[in-house]
Design a protein. Structure first.
Lengths: 579, 185
């Protein structure tokens, strides 16, 4: 399928209007109306709510010889799944393709449908009218006859917009790969529909006592620091504390203290005594429990915002997505009775991608050893052959930090801080990386040259980034790892959802899936095999392994980084309840 | 995978960035001299990467000049007959190590002799050298780790010499440096 004329059963431009079921964010959609236009014949069909809900399948061909075109297609696919309709075989999402076309640049009017139309100099409807119609949909029924016509007319304007946009974008499309991305949008809908099970009772309990918990946390932790006044972190008090303790703290160019969470994180490694205050700040600032959107069925659902980041990764709302806020809140994730949740993440994904795509045989060998950090130390000659994680723990930690530093584009000073060693040691480690993995570094240099000389980079399946203006060499060098990591996870989502595995959510380079307790092992083996296949698709037959963390009912999911905070909050709740 | 979709492998694009651009590192500096005491290095194993010549050292500026036979005979003991050995450090930076040839009696001083031994040793292992004034020679420290071999730049010895002595080749007695050494103006 390389051109529109290949779709002999039709090219259908579609748009749904919908609202969350019962008007509650976190619920699956309630389709209100649908407009379909056959791009080739020009015939438009309009369907109101009752009509679409009474159908068992879409009112147009969704088979292999038909193409379904939409703008932000996961929303349309969400409606398909809600209605129990078979998803279209071929989906072309013009939003995704517009993002690809403009990725790395700033389209003057954004990446929405109006922005895309304006980008191509096409006529648009007024944004105000769009907002009014969206509000009318969200208001919920019943809708008067006039309102129904108004909504259908509005829905049709989006289809007319697609009719204008498709020919304008056609010369820019790489159709076979665009259909692959469309296939991912179907997977996104499956994930939207599945959602992540939440312990809503506990969520309510934490929310109920949150103010008292905050005060108790501050009282308990801040007692040794004296930096909070009420619930406010006072910079001056922090400066006084640092002076008293003799801690040299990073400062901004203006001379003010650097107070980002990242700085606290780094400094907590060097001065462990500042770690509790960092935890407290993080807990207080990121705690937006009520914003996490949970549906009537107790599942967290939010727009996963596929392809929103430059690397093509999803960018769900930090406050609505359960994996967005502070890690301790992930303790709210709890499998339903009879089910297990499995968090599967690729093992050292970035290292593996860098090894395979650069063709650095030593790096590939290190990845395949199962412990690339130790293998690197052995290859660099820093530890003897036969060294183990136990026999050379300290060296392994340093070489691990070095590998991560290279991935993050850290310099010798940051690495030295991270490993709490002199800068000379950090410099030596970074040099050893360059000396050991020469092929990788030559490829990394070439990646930067390509980006600067040719103005763009691309992933194995054609997600592109354009380079102009001020260049960030570090992120350009890292793009192949991040962009292809995103490709890998997208393909994994496609494989798993198409195999009928319930994927709750993608989390950076990991997936949270839901499996019945009965048949857990087979389900997990199948999921991990599909993830290996996905890595091989991206890396040209080089497979990446994955690690799985299983939580079965009645246990709850827990990120180890948040365990202490979770336990503290739980004990505070007990204490408050006992008062 | 659904039936009508092509296998992913058929859609895979290569990541051979820079391959068509032909960007390569240009060698612009090749130092001449003994490596510092903290610099591990290797020397080339091939005889063709050793160049016998005369050099003139300007201690004040730290510059080393390549001198033709005709000029060398005029400058007499101000020039040194040396062999230039191609060497490379762990950061892939090539350089040249001059080793004075034995005197008319066929004997080298102890410093030069130990430097020659170090250069020979560096053909097979990574070493660094450090002056030992008590002994009157260089101590050789061999890297105990199993390190990968050197990666030499894709150029010839002549090209290496050209970069090392760019603007510093003396072929005529009229050269200002020669005139200065001969007491001319």
């Amino acid at each position: 399928m390389n051109q529109l004329s290949d779709f002999t059963d039709g090219v259908f431009l579609i748009d749904f209007e919908f609202r969350p079921e019962n008007g509650r964010e976190g619920n699956t959609p309630e389709p209100v109306c649908l407009v379909v236009k056959d791009f080739l014949s020009g015939v438009t069909s309009r369907y109101w709510k009752d009509d679409i809900h009474s159908r068992s399948s879409a009112p147009f061909s969704v088979g292999r010889a038909a193409l379904c075109v939409a703008y932000f297609a996961s929303a349309e696919m969400d409606c398909f799944l809600k209605l129990g309709w078979q998803l279209p075989e071929n989906v072309l999402d013009l939003y995704v393709e517009f993002r690809r076309l403009t990725n790395g640049t700033t389209p003057p009017n954004g990446a929405g449908l109006l922005g895309a139309l304006l980008y191509f100099g096409l006529p648009t409807i007024a944004a105000q009218h769009k907002d009014a119609m969206r509000d009318l949909t969200l208001r919920g029924g019943p809708w008067s006859e006039q309102e129904q016509i108004g909504l259908l007319d509005y829905c049709e304007t989006d289809v007319v917009a697609l009719e204008l946009l498709l020919p304008a974008m056609l010369p820019t499309l790489d159709l076979p790969r665009a259909l692959m991305r469309g296939r991912y949008m179907k997977a996104v809908s499956h994930m939207h529909t599945t959602g992540t099970p939440i312990d809503t009772q506990m969520q309510l309990e934490i929310a109920t006592y949150w103010e008292q918990i905050q005060d108790a946390l501050i009282e308990e932790i801040d007692a040794s620091y004296g930096v909070f006044e009420g619930r406010t972190f006072k910079t001056k008090n922090w400066a006084d504390y640092l002076q008293k303790e003799g801690i040299a703290w990073p400062r901004l160019a203006t001379g003010r203290l650097e107070l980002t969470d990242d700085t606290f994180k780094q400094m907590a490694r060097i001065h462990p005594k500042v770690a509790p205050i960092r935890e407290l700040r993080s807990a207080l600032s990121e705690m937006r429990l009520s914003n996490i959107t949970v549906g009537d069925d107790g599942r967290n659902r939010c727009l996963l915002s596929p392809f929103a980041s430059k690397t093509g990764r999803n960018q769900p709302s930090n406050s609505k997505f359960i994996f967005g806020p502070s890690v301790w809140l992930r303790g709210l994730i709890k499998p339903s009775e009879g089910y297990c949740l499995v968090y599967i993440d690729y093992s050292q994904q970035e290292f593996g991608i860098a090894a395979a795509l650069s063709g650095d045989e030593k790096m590939m060998e290190a990845y395949q050893s199962g412990d690339p950090y130790l293998a690197f130390a052995i290859q660099a000659g820093a530890v003897p052959q036969g060294a183990t994680k136990q026999s050379h723990k300290a060296e392994r930690e340093q070489f691990k930090a070095c590998v991560l530093a290279v991935q993050y584009g850290m310099g010798e000073i940051s690495l030295a801080q991270r490993i709490n060693q002199p800068v000379a040691r950090a410099r030596q480690l970074l040099n050893l990386h360059r000396q050991t993995y020469r092929t990788f570094w030559a490829w990394s240099d070439a990646t930067q040259d390509e980006a600067i000389l040719n103005g763009k980079l691309w992933t194995t399946f054609g997600w592109e980034i354009r380079v102009s203006g001020q260049v960030n060499a570090r992120s350009l060098r890292n793009f192949p790892m991040q962009g292809n990591g995103a490709e890998m996870l997208r393909i994994a989502c496609i494989f798993l959802t198409e195999a009928g595995i319930r994927v709750c959510a993608p989390v950076h380079d990991a997936l949270l899936i839901e499996l019945p307790l009965d048949g857990l092992e087979e389900g997990l083996a199948k999921a991990q095999a599909l993830m290996r296949q996905a890595s091989s698709a991206v890396l040209g037959d080089f497979e990446l392994g994955s690690d799985a963390k299983i939580v079965c009912y009645p246990d709850r999911y827990m990120d180890e980084r948040g365990q202490v905070m979770w336990d503290t909050v739980m004990s505070l709740i007990q204490k408050i309840k006992g008062q | 995978m659904t039936q009508n979709t092509p296998p992913f492998s058929s859609l895979r694009l290569t990541q051979n960035f820079g391959e068509t651009l032909g960007v390569k590192k240009v060698l612009t500096t090749v130092p001449v001299g003994r490596p510092s005491k903290d610099r591990f290095f290797r020397t080339h194993t091939s005889e063709s990467w050793v160049f016998p010549t005369w050099i003139l050292e300007n201690k004040a500026t730290g510059e080393t000049y390549l001198v033709s036979a005709e000029v060398a005979s005029a400058l007499d003991d101000q020039v040194r007959a040396v062999e230039l050995y191609a060497a490379i450090d762990r950061q892939n930076n090539p350089f040249l190590i001059p080793i004075p040839l034995p005197g008319p009696n066929g004997v080298r001083n102890r410093w030069h002799e130990s430097l020659a031994q170090a250069v020979e040793k560096a053909k097979s292992v990574w070493i660094r050298i450090s002056a030992n004034k008590d002994l009157g020679g260089y101590d050789i420290f061999e890297a105990t780790a199993k390190l990968p071999g050197p990666v030499w730049p894709d150029i010839t010895m002549d090209e290496l010499l050209e970069v090392a002595f760019k603007g510093r080749v003396i072929t005529s007695l009229d050269h200002p440096i020669v005139q200065e050494r001969l007491g001319g103006i």
